[in-house]
Write a protein that binds this ligand. Structure first.
Ligand code: DGY
Length: 321
């Protein structure tokens, strides 16, 4: 319909999301899911009122400056928004929204899968089976780390960190966390707060990274901080790849300082550091934290809810600018 706002959707999204977008907007879809670079993003934005994008498109200050004046809003189909220059968006008067809440459970599930997969040597065990090397049952092979009753350190106790804690309580884990600020007691639910993340690391037999990527968290888990972990700790990252220093993590997983790593996110993904593949004690996933149909539909609907509010003259529920 001519009077519907024009919406550019930069990636292929679940059918139900695209159908709703096509019903309520003049939707420009990307059926072939070609990834737009900065120039393609700008040229495809001509005549567009809003953009529904993913974490795969970078809205740098220069892209934001070049966007046609008509573009009022960018809704990202992600909770993370480090791919968008928020200051540049504010300066340009561009409304930015994200999709919190709806992917919390799916991502926390994957964090637990990474904890268990790394602790219980899933990838090594499966390789033994698939490679025909399973000779017989032995009492002393494939011995992993026992999770029940151990201390879990959570870096970043936002929605996802708290959902990881909830799941870990079912394993009788003692939860330690570092977060700014400290949580109110009803959200802590007995978790032990560390003002100083380094003091939490010293407790973390298992470490789950759940904080956002920011200039402050860049390469947070470096060699000095890994040295603080108990020997044989298991480290899991389901947040963003750039929170760890790959050289330091790979060295620690090779030396045995860290007994297992679980990763769903990588620096520079999908072009990640291939040395991870050679580590037998690495449980690796290709950024599938939110990858269930229910979750991806909910993310798309949440992004559209935000855009609907904007075009109805209301405040977007998840406005970041
Ligand atoms: C998110 O929502 O931030 C997920 O990591 C997908 O990008």
């Amino acid at each position: 319909m001519a009077d519907h706002p024009v919406l550019l959707i930069t990636r292929k999204l679940p059918d139900a999301v695209e159908a709703r977008a096509a019903r309520d907007y003049t939707a420009r879809l990307n059926a072939s899911d070609i990834q737009y670079d900065a120039d393609a993003l700008i040229s495809n934005s001509a005549g567009v009122d809003a953009i529904l994008t993913c974490s795969t498109e970078a809205f740098s200050a220069s892209v934001i400056t070049r966007l046609p004046e008509r573009v009022r809003a960018v809704a990202t189909f992600s909770v993370g928004y480090e791919h968008i220059d928020i200051d540049a968006a504010k300066a340009r008067g561009l409304i930015i929204t994200n999709t919190p809440d709806v992917l919390t459970d799916a991502t926390a599930d994957i964090a637990l899968m990474c904890l268990l997969g790394a602790a219980r040597r899933q990838q090594e065990s499966t390789a033994m089976l698939r490679d025909g090397k399973w000779g017989r049952w032995e009492a002393t092979t494939m011995l992993g780390m026992h999770m029940t009753g151990k201390r879990l350190g959570i870096l970043g106790m936002g929605r996802i960190g708290r959902a990881v804690a909830k799941r870990a309580r079912a394993f009788d884990m003692e939860i330690h966390y570092a977060n700014r600020p400290r949580l109110p007691v009803e959200l802590e639910k007995g978790a032990i707060f560390h003002q100083n993340p380094e003091s939490m690391l010293a407790q973390a037999e298992f470490l789950s990274i759940n904080c956002p990527s920011s200039p402050q968290t860049l390469k947070f888990l470096n060699a000095e901080r890994i040295a603080l972990l108990p020997d044989g700790a298991v480290v899991v990252n389901t947040a963003r790849g750039n929170i760890v220093d790959d050289d330091a993590l790979i060295a620690a997983a090779t030396s045995g300082k860290i007994s297992g790593i679980g990763m769903d996110v990588f620096n520079g993904e999908p072009h990640f550091d291939k040395r991870y593949l050679a580590l037998p004690n690495a449980f690796l996933l290709p950024h599938i934290g939110s990858a269930t149909l229910d979750t991806r539909e909910a993310m798309g609907f949440r992004a559209l809810d935000n855009l609907d509010a904007i075009f109805a003259g209301r405040a977007a529920p998840d406005a970041l600018t």
